[in-house]
Design a protein around this ligand. Structure first.
Ligand SMILES: Cc1ncc(COP(=O)(O)O)c(C=O)c1O
Length: 463
């Protein structure tokens, strides 16, 4: 089954899935495992055979199903990918309580103001808003984002150090496309955002994990790895309210990390997707503000504005930004001008800052409700993180239970989560679960967590 088999209907807060994505997910993991045993020679033979047989026309005039998978490029072989597709397939679904995707709550979407701004732009500024934009983004929008960075980070990018991207993932893709050769080492937090692992693997990077603890990435472990000869070209980190753990990197570690980047000559890709969604005190200085010479910051408006607009930014050394602009010219060419202008109008009108204040309160409340529910319903021995911002809690199940295998039982109880494994580059995480509380209605959180607790308890009893 593939995600397109997933049928869903919208109804506030819960989802109704044809129960397909769990099957797809489990199948995906198994196929990936099996795929490792398939040799390149076998694949080549399959493709040659398919090519030789060529015509798929049948004697009766009908057309047989062609197996295109045999022709997939080598760089796709180590890709997952089904995980994100499966999560997105649940975007509007109902009847299952879903803690799976890192979706902002639609209650934060400013529909009234946006409708007014869109109508105005279309009637008064169509020549810009409905046109292609410069690849690096509209000048006015870059000026707005630059001003925002100056007030948030105490540092403004110079000319050529900032571009508009199509969401946060675009920056990762453009960087990988421009700087990663097959076999290049990219270090990531373990666990980390699985979209980043996929972006780097898409260009055949050798993705290595650096463990995290309650203070963020274990920079001491990275130091040892570097001393032992590891030479990453890029180090990817989410220092604030990380996906999937919800944890942040301390100020000391940030300073140590940029010191290592300077000493060993690697680029830090700093992903600040959740940086503005803290629940308490402001987070420590961003890595980019500490060391703009060795840091590329990837920002996104998906979590603070709305993801349908597909907008973000990249700020970093001019030499790198200029290469990303070239790479963007032969991918999507430019980010949508209408969305860029809407963001600019919305932001300059002060609406974005007000939206972020409301969003923080909403997500703080949901994080608290989820923590309370975990305390009430988890079996003995389960542990979980307590985030100070962002969308996620990271749960470790007791007794070695396999959270991928349990997906079917969760499905039967109409609750969804993402199992831990795809968040690691090297297959750990079997007993872990990512819970995204951001889009679960307040009054369903306790029930959803209770169902997950029930699934874990039953698995433990059957062991
Ligand atoms: C840490 C992190 N970075 C980037 C992204 C992708 O953002 P976008 O939707 O803007 O591409 C996500 C999405 O969940 C994320 O969690």
């Amino acid at each position: 089954m593939v995600p397109s088999d997933v049928g869903y209907a919208k109804r506030g807060g819960v989802i109704n899935v044809n129960l397909a994505w769990w099957d797809f997910y489990i199948c995906k993991i198994r196929c990936q495992e099996m795929g490792r045993t398939m040799t390149a020679a076998t694949e080549q033979r399959d493709w040659s055979t398919a090519q030789r047989d060529g015509s798929t026309a049948q004697r009766d005039g009908s057309t047989a199903q062609h197996d295109w998978s045999a022709g997939l490029a080598r760089r796709t072989h180590s890709l997952g990918g089904g995980e994100i597709t499966a999560i997105l397939a649940l975007a509007g679904a109902t009847d299952v309580i879903t803690f799976s995707g890192g979706f902002p709550d639609p209650a934060t979407f400013p529909t009234g103001v946006l409708a007014e701004i869109a109508a105005r732009l279309i009637s008064e500024d169509a020549g810009v808003a409905l046109q292609y934009s410069a690849t690096e983004g509209l000048a006015g929008v870059r000026d707005y984002v630059s001003g925002r960075l100056a007030s948030l980070e105490g540092r403004a990018p110079c000319a050529g150090q900032l571009m508009v991207t199509s969401g946060g993932i675009d920056c990762m893709e453009l960087l990988a496309k421009s700087f990663v050769d097959p076999g290049d080492v990219v270090a990531v937090e373990a666990p980390t955002y699985l979209g980043a692992i996929m972006a780097f693997r898409g260009y055949e990077a050798d993705v290595r994990g650096v463990p995290v603890d309650g203070d963020g990435m274990r920079v001491d472990v990275l130091t040892e790895l570097l001393a032992d000869g590891l030479r990453p070209k890029i180090l990817y980190t989410i220092p604030d309210f990380q996906n999937p753990t919800g944890l942040s990197m301390t100020a000391d570690r940030r300073r140590d990390l940029v010191g290592l980047a300077r000493r060993y000559g690697f680029l830090i890709l700093e992903d600040v997707a959740y940086r503005e969604l803290g629940f308490g005190a402001a987070p420590p200085p961003s890595l980019w503000s500490l060391a703009p010479d060795v840091v590329l910051q990837a920002g996104t408006f998906s979590k603070i504005f709305f993801p349908g607009v597909r907008l973000g930014w990249a700020a970093g050394p001019e030499q790198i930004i200029s290469r990303l602009v070239v790479a963007k010219q032969n991918s999507d060419q430019c980010s949508g001008a209408l969305g860029q202008r809407m963001l600019e109008e919305y932001g300059r009108g002060g609406h974005l800052d007000r939206q972020i204040v409301r969003s923080r309160a909403l997500y703080a409340r949901r994080a608290g409700l989820t923590s309370d529910a975990l305390a009430a319903h988890m079996p003995d021995g389960a542990t979980w993180t307590t985030p100070d911002g962002g969308f996620y809690i990271w749960l470790t199940a007791p007794g070695g239970v396999d959270t991928v295998a349990l997906s079917a039982a969760a499905r039967a109880r109409k609750v969804a989560y993402v199992p831990g494994r795809p968040f690691y580059p090297a297959g750990n995480g079997a007993t872990q679960i990512r819970l995204a509380y951001s889009r679960v209605a307040d009054d369903l959180i306790d029930e959803g967590v209770r169902r997950i607790g029930e699934v874990l308890r039953t698995a433990l009893e059957q062991k």
